[in-house]
Every structure is written in structure tokens, then in C-alpha cells.
Design a protein around this ligand. Sequence first.
Ligand code: SF4
Length: 288
Amino acid sequence: MDVLRATTAGFCMGVSLALQKLDTALTLAATTPARSPQGRICTLGPIIHNPQVLAAYEARGVVCVRDTADLRPGDAVIIRAHGIPRQEEEKVRASGAHITDATCPKVKKAQLAIARATRQGAVLLLFGEADHPEVRGLVSYALGPAYVFGSQKELERLILPDRQRYVLASQTTQDRETFAALEEMLRARFADLVVLSTICDATRERQEEARSIASRVDVMVVVGGRQSGNTRRLADVAALSGIETFHVESVDELDAERFTQKSRAGLTAGASTPKSLIDAAQTWLASL
Ligand code: SF4
């Protein structure tokens, strides 16, 4: 089978940076223990949303702590690429743990832009998945009230008084076209709406390439964690092109029988998918 592999598939800058910081902490603990924090090397929640990567770090001794109450003085805490809520960061500092902030620079920029734009009490309207860690972090930087909505329908259901000032922002991995439509809708109602440009180009480029590849193949494979929001949206973008799309975490989940009528496959992957998993999917598809 012919395989068209996306050039944008795999780790984005934010994920690479976060994993580099975690690798550096592990290397320092192994080579210069006297100059490293004496406790465990921890992440607060998963450092990225990919189960294979997380399992590999766990095997190297990295502890994924779910609650700041479980931290001990002397632990080294790597803040994950999605960032954490401001209040949680304060609890980490109070715990006596050492912090390495591996929040993606683009997420950090969005957090600070939200804090600045809402300083005078404007209401934050955040387009994103309410239960996503990045969204919880972004909302915590709003200095006024905040609403999170995941679709135009959800936005329409919000009761927004006319006399308020509003700031519209987005989770970094949301779709630009949808965001533009939401902006247009809100601008028609609120003339002084402030719009923050917080969608990451890595996401847009990945989505555009997925769309373009999907128009030239008869089946799409998207590799990445099921918890990974940007991977799920890539699969949605591919499926919206009207072709059969498989979202898998690894090549083992693919069934050769589903590909018998297909001659050309597109392959892409989320921003937290390691190259080895994409290579394995490419090899498997090419062998059909
Ligand atoms: Fe950062 Fe963009 Fe990667 Fe998200 S997708 S971690 S915002 S570079």
C-alpha cells in the first residue's frame, strides 16, 4: 500500500522541550546526585498525553503524582507541557519541592495574556474542553469570571449580560476555523470584545496537512494517545473529509482486513506521539 506520511506528525516544540527538561533532571540525578534534589523526580499529572512515553519514564523511576498533597520536601517536580493551575503551582512551592517549569512557552504565553486581558475584571470566554488540564490551567489565570465552552451550541447556551466586557481566547490546540466563526458571532454582539490569539501554529499546520493528505488517500491512520486532545481533533479533521479514519495508540490496534479495499493510506500523529510509533505504523501500512 502507498503511504503518505505527514511531515508534521510527531512531537511538537512544547512536548520536545518538556521531555528534554525531564531527561535533564534524570541525567543530573544519575550523574551528580549531590547537586540534585534529594527526593523523587515527579510530574504533577502526566507530563504529556501518551501512554507509551509515560510507561517508559515510569520504568526510569519518574513518579506521576496526582495530588500536590502527595509531594514531599526535596522532590523535584517537572511541571508538564500543558501547564498547571496557578493555585496548584503555589501548593507545589509550599510543599518544599523543587520546581522545573516545563510548561510549553506557548501555553505560558496564553496564561499570561489571559491574566493581562482580564486584569480589570473582564469576563473570560474560553473555547476548549472544560476538563482538559491545559484549560483548567488557563482558566486559573483569569482575574475575573470565566466561562468554558466547547462548541457554538454551548456558547449560545451561556447567559452573557450585554454590559460586561469580554475576552475571547482558546485552548492552544483548538481548530482555527471554528474559533474564527465563534469570534464573528461574538463580535456581532459585543463591539469591544478582546480576542486573544492563543491557538498554536503547530496545531493548525498539523490539521491543514491532515486535511490535505485526507483529500488524496482512501483511508487515514492517526496515531496518538486517546487522552490527547490534539490527536483526537486530527482524527476528527481527517474523518470530516469523508474517508475512513482510524485513531490508534499503536499499530497493534490496526486490523489488516479493514484495509483490503484500500490502496493509499494517509498517516499522521498527534503532538505527543513518539517517532518510533509513527515509524511502526508506516512500516505496517507499507507492508500491506
Ligand atoms: Fe505547545 Fe503547541 Fe505543542 Fe501545545 S501543540 S505543547 S501549544 S507547541
